[in-house]
Design a protein around this ligand. Structure first.
Ligand SMILES: [Zn+2]
Length: 326
């Protein structure tokens, strides 16, 4: 599990900004108080003196501990006096305390070399935001996937109703997301348009992102045209490396793009490399096997179908049903 480099850099920059802002506010307040409440400066000078005393006490040997305890008590007393002065002047008692966002790590992100809870939360938040920037992930969650929109009449072709099937797929995807890790299996979501393939793949992505996995989502046509552009502009490699390295790759709506010899070989290279490394991929398509073969050759199609867990989405276009209900 690894957060993407850009997420880590964003988190570092944001934490540093929080710290700098808090310290700037503290400096401004300090200047203000020094001018308006002169006794505070007097007490602060005493505090500085006890600080120096502590340093000196460290060389005292056996008696040091007792002496330092006494100094700490004295220190607390002076801080109390400063609080009293501030209160008398109409300020909050902690007005001179640096207003860090996180008082546990003082906005450094770490406590004794270990990531603070605030850093963990920030990384998750930025990771999810990164996914939301390139996809409708915000609107595609498990809690707003409505199985009741699917028909409950048994389809004689399959022997089950779309609702029954979609209920099973929904449960499968939810468990998949809950248990997701770098060695999860790959999924092949197929079936007609508007049946919730994008919704469920992004619901999985949301959960995986919030758990701290590096998830990349691409509509197939965006990914393949990006790879093509990079290849022919001479600076190829960056996107390809990212899609090979990430913890979960989602290729949505495969077959919607114009396929060429380049896209066929680029797609094969990506899925084959990831499959060989047992790295999960979620592929969704509206095409049936025959159509996929026509567009992407038998080699690509059989690699996908032979390797991935197949989820066949059935029913009527849910978007159409929703619009009929309005
Ligand atoms: Zn913290």
């Amino acid at each position: 599990m690894s957060y993407p480099k850009e997420v880590i850099m964003q988190a570092n920059a944001l934490t540093a900004k929080r710290r700098a802002d808090a310290e700037q506010i503290q400096r401004i307040r300090h200047t203000e108080i020094t001018a308006k409440v002169p006794d505070v400066a007097k007490y602060e000078a005493e505090l500085a003196k006890t600080g120096l005393e502590v340093v000196r006490a460290l060389t005292m040997g056996e008696d040091a501990e007792k002496y330092i305890k006494g100094l700490a008590k004295q220190n607390l007393h002076i801080q109390e006096l400063i609080g009293n002065e501030l209160e008398k002047a109409g300020y909050p008692r902690d007005y001179l305390k640096t207003p860090y966002t996180c008082s546990v790590c003082s906005d450094t992100g770490f406590v004794e070399g270990v990531a603070c809870e605030c850093r963990k939360a920030l990384l998750k938040e930025l990771n999810v935001a990164r996914l939301e920037k390139v996809s409708p992930a915000r609107y595609c969650r498990f809690d707003n996937f409505d199985v009741s929109l699917y028909d409950s009449t048994v389809d004689p072709r399959y022997g089950f109703s779309p609702r029954e099937r979609m209920g099973d797929i929904f449960e499968y995807c939810r468990c998949y997301a809950d248990d997701f890790d770098e060695s999860s299996c790959s999924l092949y979501m197929h079936g007609a348009t508007g049946l919730g393939k994008t919704h469920l793949s992004l619901a999985i992505a949301n959960v995986a992102c919030a758990k701290g996995f590096n998830v990349l989502y691409y509509p197939a046509h965006n990914l393949l045209s990006l790879l093509e552009k990079e290849k022919f502009s001479g600076n190829s490699g960056e996107t390809e490396q990212e899609v090979l390295d990430c913890d979960l790759l989602i290729i949505d709506d495969l077959g919607s793009e114009f396929s060429t010899q380049f896209t066929v070989s680029a797609l094969y290279n990506i899925i084959n490399t990831r499959f060989n490394l047992s790295k999960p991929v979620i592929i969704s398509t509206n095409l049936n096997e025959e159509e996929l073969e026509k567009r992407y050759t038998q080699r690509v199609t059989s690699r996908i179908i032979g390797y991935c867990e197949s989820l066949l989405f059935v029913g009527r276009d849910v978007r159409q049903i929703k619009s009929e209900m309005q």
